[in-house]
Design a protein around this ligand. Structure first.
Ligand code: ZN
Length: 77
């Protein structure tokens, strides 16, 4: 596919929490860029705009997921 840029190794970014792939930067039309999983479009993708690796990292942190799941479980108690 066109418009894909791999993220330089010098930039810290977490692997996709669902499949473990290193994310890529993709051009999302006139809106800007997204950071996304190269394997699957349903995995987390940042909002189009500036390249937001921080947002990607936050959403692909296992701890974040655990805390989120914990909250859901507590709500159903
Ligand atoms: Zn993925």
């Amino acid at each position: 596919m066109k418009g894909y840029v791999s993220i330089p190794k010098s930039i810290y970014c977490k692997p996709c929490k669902q499949c473990g792939c290193r994310p890529i930067i993709a051009l999302a039309g006139i809106e800007g860029y997204v950071v996304k999983c190269p394997k699957n479009n349903t995995h987390y993708t940042t909002e189009a705009g500036i390249i937001d690796i921080e947002d990607w990292n936050i959403h692909n942190t296992k701890l974040y997921e655990d805390v989120y799941e914990l909250k859901i479980k507590n709500n159903f108690k």
